[in-house]
Design a protein around this ligand. Structure first.
Ligand code: LLP
Length: 433
């Protein structure tokens, strides 16, 4: 048995065939059609339990950032483990309810909450609003007074820390749209304390995503604790610290800290500075679901370049049935995702360096470049680490229905989302006259 992805024991070749939790992936692709997302419930649970074990004995709340993967069955898996949720829209709040989650364990993040969203969240009694600007704070106070309820709030502070990640997913730097500037936080807390309708609960920061080192977290934590001390000296009591999400996973050769290592380092620093009594909130997304999923896709056509074209910049294209609308990360961030054969080619089979591309009419529609694969039309490939920011970022570009989703749980495959049909895609549209 060999594992194509370090740290993902649920994914292994057995007698040359790739299986997830013992179920043959190519067979699943044939049974349900491709493109197909397949997730391991067990791998998701194991990731959540790793955080929980590290936080055991401490007041804490793990809020799964559901933007990473918001399928109801995924949310159900985490709700059953006692997790709360980090949401960014009223739509995500509806998903919490539909999946049996507890609104009292929900934190509501995002720079652009509407009044209607605030109202819905207040009525359901969400745990905390992570407020990102003075203007939002004032509107929230107004909505809360109108509703006759107190809005529990944290301010999301921008610690001006470089998380060392891709610019599109780095959020803790001054130039980002997120959070309130560190040097304005103190006066904003003073204002929050005065505003009717608000109940100041804590402080929040989130410095970015796919972070592969502990150091930026500790730098941000130090900056946040400096603020906490200043805010409390100023007379506002803070109950919790929310340190956001962002822990990276292995796509290729990254070696991010484990959740245990990260949490331990944070707790040590928190204790060393005398803040151990505070409740710790975390908002992990990718690290709970990323490595638990694959995207299966069939090879449609091989389009190798001729020898004379290769000398003029030609490429060998492997055209598959999944595209940028199914998995946007490579097109959007030039993200590298592992791509492997579901049935291992025989030893010594000729390999070619392919660009794995989809059917969408864009040159940016690729899933992987320069991949050494021994493939033929009809073979099934697995795009690895596809459990996070895959399906949730999928679109219907080119009137392509979104893929089906399968969850493996208890040794069985469960269809957790049907493939979209073209009729569903234009059901809301109207002809004129
Ligand atoms: N909390 C807040 C406020 C966030 O904005 C995010 C992610 C998270 C938590 C969860 O971060 P995670 O643990 O998943 O890194 N689509 C991009 C990632 C965007 C992340 C957005 N915010 C990608 O595919 O890499």
């Amino acid at each position: 048995m060999t594992n194509p992805l370090p740290g993902a024991p649920h994914l292994a070749y057995s007698q040359g065939r790739l299986a997830m939790d013992g179920l043959d992936l190519q067979s699943l692709g044939q049974a349900y059609g491709t493109p197909l997302y397949v997730y391991s419930a067990q791998a998701m649970s194991a990731a959540a339990r790793a955080y929980q074990a590290a936080l055991a004995g401490r007041p804490h709340l793990l809020c799964y950032a559901m933007k990473a993967n918001s399928n109801l069955a995924v949310l159900q898996t985490f709700a059953q483990l006692g997790l709360g949720f980090d949401i960014v829209s009223a739509g995500e709040l509806k998903r919490v309810l539909a999946a049996g989650g507890d609104p009292a364990k929900v934190v509501f993040s995002g720079v652009g909450k509407t009044r209607a969203e605030m109202q819905a969240a207040l009525r359901l009694g969400v745990r905390c609003f992570n407020v990102e600007s003075q203007a939002e704070l004032e509107v929230l106070a107004e909505v809360a007074q109108h509703e006759g309820r107190a809005a529990r709030v944290s301010l999301r502070v921008n610690p001006d820390i470089d998380a060392g990640t891709h610019p599109y997913i780095s959020t803790g730097l001054k130039g980002n749209k997120f959070g309130v500037a560190h040097d304005r936080a103190l006066s904003l807390y003073a204002q929050a304390r005065q505003l009717k309708g608000l109940d100041v609960m804590g402080i929040d920061c989130h410095i970015g995503s796919q972070i592969t080192e502990v150091a930026p977290y500790l730098d941000a934590l130090d900056r946040v604790l400096d603020l906490v001390e200043a805010i409390e000296r100023d007379g506002t009591r803070l109950h919790h610290l929310d340190l956001g999400g962002g822990l990276g996973i292995t796509y290729t050769d990254e070696q991010p800290p484990s959740p245990q290592a990260l949490v331990q380092a944070m707790l040590q620093r928190i204790d060393a500075r005398g803040h151990g009594h505070r409740e710790l909130l975390l908002e992990p997304g990718r690290s709970l679901v990323g490595n638990a999923g694959v995207l299966l896709t069939d090879v449609l056509y091989l389009k190798p370049a001729q020898a004379d074209e290769m000398t003029q910049g030609g490429r060998h294209f492997c055209v598959v049935d999944a595209a940028m609308n199914d998995m946007m990360r490579p097109a959007m961030y030039q993200a590298w995702m592992g791509i492997v054969e579901c049935v291992q080619p025989p030893a010594g089979a000729a390999r070619t360096t392919w660009d794995v591309v989809g059917p969408v009419c864009e040159s940016g529609d690729w899933l992987g470049k320069d991949r050494s694969l021994a493939v033929q039309a009809g073979d099934t490939l697995a795009v690895l680490s596809a459990g996070a920011y895959g399906m949730t970022m999928a679109s219907n570009y080119n009137t392509r229905g979104r893929a089906a989703e399968i969850m493996i749980k208890g040794g069985r495959a469960h269809l957790i989302r049907e493939r979209e049909t073209p009729e569903q895609l234009f059901a809301g549209e109207r002809l004129i006259g």
